[in-house]
Design a protein around this ligand. Structure first.
Ligand SMILES: [Zn+2]
Length: 78
């Protein structure tokens, strides 16, 4: 009983680590990777629009990201 609870907690924590992903602030794509430039320090670059950002958006769950993208799409239609 106790052991299965422990395993469940570990899985949840692992899933949170894997599911956390970065989102481009310009095009909202999820292919954002660390980018290291001379003198400028740590940056992130979007592989879709090549935007370089200091702090990308970050979501822990895919459903949070989907909700965000859905809200942005609604804004575009107005
Ligand atoms: Zn982008």
């Amino acid at each position: 009983m106790l052991r299965s609870t422990m395993r469940c907690l570990l899985l949840e924590r692992l899933e949170a680590l894997i599911m956390s992903f970065r989102v481009c602030i310009a095009c909202h794509g999820i292919r954002v990777y660390p980018y290291v430039g001379f003198m400028t320090g740590q940056r992130y670059q979007c592989q879709d629009c090549l935007e370089i950002m200091v702090i990308p958006l970050e979501f822990e769950k895919e459903e949070d990201y989907r909700a965000f993208v859905g809200a942005m799409a609604e804004d575009d239609e107005e």
